[in-house]
Structure formats: C-alpha cells, structure tokens
Design a binder for this molecule. Structure first.
Ligand SMILES: Cc1ncc(COP(=O)(O)O)c(C=O)c1O
Length: 401
C-alpha cells in the first residue's frame, strides 16, 4: 500500500511543471492523501503551524461541504448561519466587474491592500490570521483570473501577520489552465503557496484528494504527537488511479491540448463578443474560460435571466453548461480535458445560433447542468439514457486503469 503511495507522490513531484519550477521539490515536499476533507486538513495544518485561528477568504468562494469548509465558503454561508467571527471576506480580484477594474492604475496593489486592511482591522479586534484561503482561479466567484502579482502581494501581507497562503487547486489544477500544471503559477514564477490542496482531476472522477505543504508546516502538525490517521486516504486503488491519471495527462499531452483547444475556444468566443453585445467579457486560461453576459455595456449589469435561458436552450441542443458568479450570469467552460476543437466549434456555433435567433423567454425551463459536454444523440427511454450517458462518460473521461 505505502509503496504505491510513494510511487504516486514521486510521480506527482516529478511532473513537468513541478520539475521546471522546482516548486514542490524544494518547498512543497510533504504530502497527505485524503478525500474531500483536503481543505479541512489544510485548515488544520495552517492553524497548528501558526497557532492562529482566523481565515481570510475571497467573496463568493466555495471550498467544500464539510462544516468547517461551509464556514469559509461565502457562497454557502451567506444562505445559512452567516459569517463566523473568525472568517474575514476579501473582495474578489475581478478586474471586469469588481471594485477595481481594468482601467484602475494598479488593481493588483488595490486588491491586495483590501486584504491588508482586513488584517489590520482583525488585529484591532485582537484576532490573528492563520491563513488566506483562495482558489487559484475563483470559479464559483465567476470564472475569475486574478491579475498577476496579486497572490504575491497578498502572501506578503498574510505572512507578515504570521499566517500562511493556501491555494485551492481542487478545480483548476493538473494542467487545465494549459500554460502551467498548477493555476497558481499563472501569478508568476516567484509565487509559491504554503499549502496546496488538490482534488477532482487528481482521480479523474475517482474520490482522491491530496494536500501538499512545506516541511516546516508538516513538522508543526506532527509535533502535536497526534498522528494523522485516515482510513481511506492513500489506499492502493486510489494511488493506482492517481498514477494512471498522471500518465494519461503526460502521455496524451493533455496540458498542451488544454492550451491549444482553450486558445481556439477563446478565439471563437471573442469573435462572438464582437457580434453579440450581450457578451461583455471573455476571459480564461486553457480549458478554464468564463463568458460574462451583460444587459448593458455602461453598467455591465449581469444578464442573469438571459444566461439562464441560454443554458436551458443549450441543454435542449445536448450541450451542458452552467452559470457562475454572484449574478449567475457567467457561462462557465470547464470541459473534460479530452474536449477537442470540433467540440469547441460545435458549442460556439450553437451559442451563436441561439444568440442570433429566437431568445424567447417563454421556452425557458429549469434544469441543472454541469460541465460543458456534448451529447451526440437524443434519447427517449430513461433506461436507455442511463446506459448511454454512462458509456459516454467513460469515453469522454478516458479512464485508463
Ligand atoms: C474549489 C473547490 N474546492 C473544494 C471543493 C470540494 O470538493 P469535494 O466536493 O470533492 O468535497 C469543490 C467542489 O466543488 C471546489 O469546487
């Protein structure tokens, strides 16, 4: 069992971007295998290391369903019991519709100063910051690409206050952003988080997750004498799957594929922006793309109903997309990594057709959709549906054991 775990960790460490940038080899060289509680474990590590309690999160963030993680997920806690006193919420570094936009002279410093102010306010109340906890690219927050250099400045403020920087790569890691293996690397070569959490793509559908951290943080955790014990974490089947996923990413050049297809998809979507005024912004990296739908150019009012209508109509054309962002107006493109140019063209042609033609709201129907995925065939029998979708998923996700 442990041999597989080590083999998996060595493979993870040795992957291209890791090697090039020396990131985990030099610093993030301790790994904990777990399942959906990866972010909870990151929280424990940060608190144990810093001996502080408080956490700064980005607005509209989602970090998981555990009680501790709902507490640090404004997207959830705003609809539940509200904000705990140890949680502080910083504005999303969104340069399209946030506090400081593309016309701001230094949005990086301005957004980072918001975090600095939060720390100062917290200190005045006698509170101490354990961590700044953020997705490397805020997804639920609206498919946001933080301006490069923001994390470095935030990390500086947070570390000065005795806290650590936690990057949640659960959605955006493993080559999805194309240019890099990890999304936090988009911030610049000089940025390394103190803790990185990984999930979803690490097991390609299989429940596997990991937390990587520094020797110092891991040692502070171990120093309690309370051993880290996890029945299922690091089990041989999960590790074998993790290894297979890394092999497929490497052998099928999925990171380069994400760049190529993502650039192509962005180009097609930007062409649509010039054609349809409802498209206010197209942003992204690799196969992580957001299309911000607006009612008017001046105010950039979120086109919420129109976005809902569009994804419902797309569903009728066998394309599954969902919306994100506080205004639920950002079309979220995060397809499986095997999504190709033909799929991209099919999706954009269909969006074009729908935006050009009838946008009659009367055909709006409710329905939850997830990742962009193309179904090739209409089904009538529910049973037939299940078999079709299962085999389609197996093919689309290319699971190789
Ligand atoms: C950014 C992010 N972090 C954490 C999680 C939690 O992962 P899980 O659902 O595997 O517990 C999610 C799930 O959607 C997520 O999007």
């Amino acid at each position: 069992m442990h041999l597989l775990f080590f083999e998996f960790w060595i493979a993870l460490q040795g992957r291209s971007e890791f090697q090039n940038s020396d990131i985990p080899n030099e610093t993030l060289n301790k790994l904990f295998c777990c399942r959906s509680e990866a972010n909870d474990l990151a929280l424990r590590l940060a608190r144990q290391y810093t001996k502080h309690e408080d956490v700064i999160v980005l607005d509209h963030a989602y970090h998981g369903h555990l009680t501790s993680l709902i507490d640090i997920s404004p997207y959830k806690f705003r609809n539940l019991e509200g904000q705990k006193e140890w949680v502080h919420v910083a504005p999303v570094p969104d340069t399209y519709r946030g506090l400081y936009r593309e016309d701001h002279e230094d949005s990086v410093t301005a957004y980072a100063n918001e975090v600095k102010n939060i720390i100062e306010q917290a200190h005045k109340r006698g509170r101490k910051i354990a961590a700044f906890f953020a997705e490397s690219l805020p997804s639920v927050g609206g498919q946001i690409i933080p301006p490069a250099g923001y994390f470095q400045k935030v990390a500086e403020h947070v570390r000065k206050a005795g806290g650590v920087f936690i990057a949640d790569e659960i959605q955006v890691g493993f080559g999805r952003v194309g240019k890099h293996f990890w999304a936090f690397q988009l911030q610049g070569e000089d940025f390394v988080p103190d803790i990185v959490t990984m999930g979803k793509p690490i097991g390609n559908g299989h429940p596997l997750a990991c937390v990587a951290t520094t020797k110092e943080i891991a040692e502070a955790f171990a120093a309690t004498g309370v051993e880290y014990f996890n029945t299922f974490g690091g089990n041989p089947v999960s590790c074998a799957i993790g290894l297979a996923v890394l092999d497929v990413i490497e052998k099928e050049h999925l990171q380069a594929h994400a760049t190529e297809v993502g650039n192509f998809l962005m180009k097609l979507l930007k062409e649509q922006k010039t054609k349809h005024p409802i498209i206010g912004d197209v942003r992204g990296s690799g196969l992580f793309i957001g299309v911000d739908l607006i009612k008017d150019q001046a105010e950039r009012t979120p086109a919420t109903a129109e976005a809902e209508h569009l994804i419902t109509r797309l569903k009728e054309e066998y394309i599954l997309l969902s919306t994100d962002g506080p205004g639920r107006n950002v079309l979220k493109f995060k397809p499986p990594m095997c999504f190709n140019k033909e799929d991209a063209k099919f999706v954009v042609d269909t969006i074009d057709k729908l935006l050009t033609g009838n946008t009659d709201q009367s055909s709006l129907r409710r329905g939850g959709c997830w990742t962009a995925l193309r179904y090739g065939k209409r089904m009538s029998e529910p049973r037939e549906n299940v078999h079709f979708y299962l085999s389609r998923f197996q093919t689309m996700f290319k699971i190789h054991y």
